[in-house]
Design a protein around this ligand. Structure first.
Ligand code: 6CS
Length: 344
């Protein structure tokens, strides 16, 4: 009996030594699942591919990327990541405000600048992203890795509009996870229709909706300029996306892998910040070259004034939802002022 016991002890001891050796020498390899709300050639895909390359070049781990649609709709992916079915999530901020209320900060009208230098400075240095949002994500079971811009929001419709009056009664599709987007288009005079991306193309083809908003990189990539007639720049917003990890998965990693993931996120963040501006310009440029019939309108400052005025009620509504929302909006304003001052 004694002999048997010592043999078990020796075996257990050797197994634990081997485990420590393997994990510390980073020999163990895992496949991590990364789902996102876009395709591999879209901004979220560029980020995910840069993240994947960094991980696979600097460890034996592999990343399996699931583009939008491969695991269901973008709305399902956050749940799957929080549940630990997925390890990483690339998600448009317009799908997050219903779950993480503070994330509707990024869909607020007339808050984010359209100036790309200010945006670049903000996304690299803001206290909102680097200090305030990480603990909020942790409360929802997510480890925040990055938030990055994809381009200025442009509104495409079948008829031109120059005022909230022109939008009266127009059914405008908005991303389905954002109470603020619903409030925004109500304030703009329209009738908002929350709808997933998967349903939008059919809705435009059957006139179930009268218009939608997206950055031009997306409008061009998915031919939305062939499904509507006019693109209008209102200056009211920016399309942003986030990258996060399942909190439990991340916490249970060794320090080496935690550092690896943070470095991979920083690398991907730099890549997409550089690419986003180019992609946005490419999108509108290609639309103009390939679709000369498509009308491009930029609202004047006086035409924007009633939309800006209507937006203040939406900003106040966001801040009134919780102390945390108010604090983060106040800090956002400070961060954006700093971004403006530092990029003059
Ligand atoms: O409009 C949407 O729902 C989609 N737009 C973009 C730019 N990314 C993914 C999102 O599902």
């Amino acid at each position: 009996m004694k002999k048997k016991l010592s043999l078990t002890v020796v075996k257990t001891f050797l197994a634990s030594i081997l485990l420590i050796a393997v994990t510390s020498m980073n020999l163990y390899a895992e496949e991590w699942k990364y789902a996102m709300g876009e395709g591999v050639n879209d901004p979220q895909g560029i980020y995910a591919t840069a993240f994947k390359s960094f991980i696979e070049e600097n460890s034996r781990h592999t990343i399996k990327i699931y583009p939008v649609g491969s695991l269901g709709e973008e709305t399902d992916m956050m749940e799957q990541t929080i549940a630990g079915i997925l390890q990483f999530l690339g998600q448009s901020t317009g799908y997050m405000g219903g779950t993480i209320s503070e994330m509707d900060l990024f869909t607020l009208p007339y808050v984010m600048p359209t100036d790309t230098k200010q945006l670049d400075y903000f996304f690299k240095n803001s206290k909102v992203i680097n200090e305030m949002l990480p603990p909020i994500f942790l409360k929802h079971g997510l480890e925040l890795l990055s938030i990055f811009p994809e381009g200025e929001m442009a509104v495409t419709t079948f008829e031109p509009f120059h005022s909230p009056q022109d939008l009266k009664g127009k059914k405008m599709r908005v991303m389905p996870g954002s109470p603020i987007l619903v409030e925004t288009y109500k304030a703009f005079g329209a009738s908002p229709v929350p709808m997933t991306w998967g349903d939008l193309i059919g809705a435009l083809k059957t006139n179930m909706v009268d218009g939608q908003e997206n950055p031009t990189v997306w409008i061009e990539a998915y031919g939305l300029d062939n499904l509507t007639k006019v693109l209008t720049y209102t200056g009211h917003g920016h399309f942003n996306a986030s990258a996060s990890a399942n909190k439990k998965f991340f916490n249970e990693l060794g320090d080496r892998d935690k550092k690896l993931i943070r470095k991979a996120a920083d690398h991907a963040h730099q890549v997409i910040l550089k690419e986003a501006e180019r992609l946005d310009a490419y999108g509108i440029g290609r639309i103009v070259r390939t679709n000369p019939e498509f009308k491009i309108v930029t609202l004047t400052e006086s035409e924007r004034a009633p939309f800006r005025k209507a937006a203040t009620a939406v900003q106040e509504s966001f801040a009134s939802k919780s102390d945390s929302n108010k604090k983060i909006l106040d800090q956002m304003m400070v961060d954006l002022k700093e971004a403006e001052a530092k990029t003059k």
